[in-house]
Design a protein around this ligand. Sequence first.
Ligand code: SF4
Length: 391
Amino acid sequence: MSMQKSYCRQMKYSGPDMLPPSNAYKYDILIQMEVLSGCEQACLGCFVDKNIDASMNQQIIDRAKELADGVKRTGMNLREFVIGPTDIFSASNTERVLNNPVVHDIMREHEHARIAAPAKFDVATMERVQEIFDILDDEDKFRREMIIEFIMPIGKIDQMLNDIVYHQEVMRKVKFFKENTPKQMDWSWTLQASNVVGKKIDKETYNKILKRSVRDYETIVEMNPAFSRARNQLIQRSNLMGWNNWLGNVIDEDNHNEAVMSMANLYCNSINFMGITIVPGKDGPTTHLNVNLYEQAFFLENKNLDVTGLTFEEILDRKDELATKGINKSTQVKDCNGCEYAVACANRLIFEAQDTLNINGCVLNKDVLDHYNPYDFTWNDDALKKLGEAS
Ligand code: SF4
């Protein structure tokens, strides 16, 4: 059916902070399940464990349902239901997950929720795409016009930029999305890693990727460096630093609006947002609050963020407690004391990331943040439009 209009340019129309004041009560929830196992891809800078234990899938899905019920109970908005962590087209258990009746119940219960998934449809066969859509388009299972968002890691940069045959193949699938399914489709490229990306993509290449993406692939680039999944603190830290330096090198006044940077647009996904991830643990699934260093970041080793066994309401309370703790902590960290972004960072649980990574200072690139969070930002575009209409 239709392709979603780049709804998430700057996450403009999905972040509650961007809503007119009359809708400011909206509170968005993202629930992420780590259930897909197996992947045939080798994406640039991937940190994902491709062989997660799928034997706990039913427990993870049931836990997601429990939380989704809590979202409903509290009148909040399930914005995104992320099914990952591996490629939805090449994971070995995609069908089992998509055919799971509890997954259908969740998506029926939340009419505005989208399914989001990592998806290498560039290399999937047309037959495989059709197989997956046979399930998604079965109206006994999913709503006819449900939104589906595919996030496609950039594999080979040269190929994405210069290979005509590759471009045709990607657009053949996009044509399928437009014409062969009633679903509302959205997709974007994602740049996944930090150090790796930093070493391979200079500013000129980055600008080429942005341009090629918007002009020729008709979509946007999202940032999802994924380093919180790295296997130890040292690698997490070095990737965080590498990522911040790289962002500083490639982003400027002219191009900052061209990529989706929910990670840098601090008033998106902060006060009115909570992300939760459910993963297979040693003795059963464990549940974790996300830290919005970037969307979908989570740190399994941080006990404060571990909300296993808590009800949805208790998780909301935990998030509030940690946000308050973060605001208090901000006065004790030299870089953060008096920083205009401290409240947004606290609500994004950034101070828990400082603790986890053992960094007693800023964990973001403030020069980059300045592009996305102007000081005099008082009214969002929607509110200004309303003001204009009123005067
Ligand atoms: S210094 Fe950095 S981490 Fe600290 S509040 Fe400001 S932006 Fe956030």
